[in-house]
Design a protein around this ligand. Structure first.
Ligand code: BV8
Length: 235
């Protein structure tokens, strides 16, 4: 594990946290890849893509309702809390997450860009209406159409406004801290590249190297919450 003396955050004006499933692993939510990953247990082509939903919406909903009730039973961990506390203590902190679990918001982060949507929202493919699904899982829209989870599946384009907001944030930040992402899924994985090109200082927190580790000025190897605690707590 490389030394991770705390950064002096006062040296930075605009900080982006770019987070992936590894941040939520310590909350008990399985990651996507690696041992025990979601895609190890489920073939996304059967349960989490437009074609699967068209073919059998009930089967896709069964998978997502199971995930909703599981995630409802999970709580934000210290990593989510440290990020939320920092954002609450100073201006210029933005969270860009690939996660759909809503744990950043439950930890108190207000400024969260959800690149891949949210597990606790449903969307009507016909009229575009989105419905919060915190408690009740309404599966049909008032217009009669099957609602679908408001999640960006493989092959779905990301919401244009969301990716533009993420691009603005990474192109104007001077510090980007990636936490728990395998840097495998595009266009999300390319965001730190844009930050680097604009001269930001980059830190990668992960258990292992990723295809983009060479991009980072500092690579901290260890669990997300422990590394964030070392990095963000002064002294
Ligand atoms: C798009 C939804 C335009 C949520 C996900 C061929 C056909 C079609 C598309 C493509 C294609 N080839 C390439 C593409 C583009 C594709 C893509 O990039 N595929 C990859 C796999 C090659 N991208 C898309 O389709 C995107 N849309 O491009 O639209 C388009 C349209 C049509 C055709 C072409 C292009 C949409 C991508 C969104 C996909 N949605 N899931 C859900 O269902 O749950 S993917 C999934 O991966 C999640 O969204 C997740 O956010 C994302 C990234 O995963 P990570 O968060 O990084 O998690 P992962 O498990 O991978 O890694 C965890 C890391 O944490 C590990 O490194 C681990 O070591 C570390 N870790 C673990 N524990 C800890 C830890 N670190 C610290 N502490 C710990 N405790």
């Amino acid at each position: 594990m490389l030394s991770s003396e705390p950064l002096n955050l006062d040296d930075f004006n605009r900080i982006v946290f770019f987070t992936g499933a590894g941040l939520s692993a310590e909350s008990g939510i399985p990651t996507y890849r690696g041992a025990g990953g979601i895609w190890d247990q489920y073939d996304y082509r059967e349960y989490a893509c437009e074609a699967a939903f068209e073919a059998d919406p009930e089967k896709v909903w069964e998978f997502h309702l199971k995930r909703r009730s599981f995630v409802r039973g999970c709580a934000p961990n210290q990593g989510h809390q440290l990020i939320a506390d920092l954002a609450g203590s100073r201006p210029g902190v933005t969270v860009i997450t690939q996660n759909i679990d809503g744990l950043h918001q439950r930890a108190g982060s207000a400024q969260v860009i959800e690149l891949h949507g949210g597990l606790f929202r449903s969307r009507c493919p016909r009229d575009g209406k989105t419905i919060a699904a915190e408690v009740h899982d309404q599966l049909r829209c008032d217009c009669g159409t099957w609602l679908r989870p408001d999640i960006v599946w493989f092959g779905d384009s990301l919401d244009r406004a969301v990716i533009m907001a993420a691009m603005d944030a990474v192109e104007s930040c001077d510090l980007l801290i990636a936490v728990g992402t395998s840097a495998m899924v595009y266009p999300a994985a390319g965001l730190p590249i844009s930050a680097r090109e604009r001269g930001a200082y980059l830190v990668e927190i992960n258990l292992e190297d990723t295809p983009l580790s060479g991009l980072y000025h500092r690579q901290l190897r260890g669990s997300a919450s422990a590394m964030l605690a070392e990095l963000l707590t002064a002294g």
